[in-house]
Write a protein that binds this ligand. Sequence first.
Ligand SMILES: NC(=O)c1ccc[n+]([C@@H]2O[C@H](COP(=O)([O-])OP(=O)(O)OC[C@H]3O[C@@H](n4cnc5c(N)ncnc54)[C@H](O)[C@@H]3O)[C@@H](O)[C@H]2O)c1
Length: 255
Amino acid sequence: MGRLDDKIALITGIGGGMGRAAALRFTAEGARVVGCDLFAEGAEETVRLVREAGGEIENFAPVELSDAAAAARWVDQAAEVFGGIDILYNNASAPRFGAIDELSVEDWDFVIGNELNLVFYATRAAWPHLRKRGGGVVLNVGSIAGTRGVEFMPQNAHGTAKAGVINLTQQLAVEGGPHGIRAVCVSPGFTVTPSTAWLVESGPEPFKQNIARIPLGRVGQPEDIVNAALFLASDEASWVTGINLVVDGGGSVLG
Ligand SMILES: NC(=O)c1ccc[n+]([C@@H]2O[C@H](COP(=O)([O-])OP(=O)(O)OC[C@H]3O[C@@H](n4cnc5c(N)ncnc54)[C@H](O)[C@@H]3O)[C@@H](O)[C@H]2O)c1
């Protein structure tokens, strides 16, 4: 018996990193998954890996989730594949970094569009499907950067967007409760994925010092985050909503 048997899960950003790990784990736990990504190649590889492992998955790519109409189109098409939506896993995002006097207005807008707006667009489109089903889960991915300043890398837009995702989760929990819709957020600390792996090797010294201080003595792997997401998405968490679950080896409790 799987922990997500009979669930239909939409997962954004399955092209690599945590999205791929989520597609693999959720299908292994019995979910039927519909994924999407901007980059078709990575998403197709995820489909291949999932099917090879015996999982059930469909994929739409390329999908540009920062385009409201495209995001809504994907959600509606995805809902048709298996006949509904139980879980919307808003994993995809694309950051840009810069100090306040260096970050361009264009970069700020890009980050808000690709880290916060895309969550709103997909969730807004999924809401009627979740209501029609009598409930479900919106599972967002925040970041420890969403609740603090970070000294080793200027995260103005990124942290602001993730703070928005965390707060949106709380509001969705309030509005979703009466409809049986839970909204939850998992906030990773530094996790090794294709877009972050270079930092471990050749990141700035302050970054290396930061990860060296993580109480549990290591950086995260995509599976660490997906394990938490799996719990939050499953019926085991049926009385958990509005939460921001930090998964960071204890790094963010350091003074
Ligand atoms: N890796 C970390 O250290 C870390 C830390 C904190 C939070 N996070 C969050 O975890 C989530 C996954 O991170 P990751 O490291 O696996 O990321 P990643 O960059 O490896 O993968 C993200 C995927 O989303 C897709 N994507 C990005 N923008 C998109 C768009 N507009 N439309 C469609 N697809 C789009 C990308 O193509 C990519 O395949 C993100 O929300 C990220 O902000 C990551």
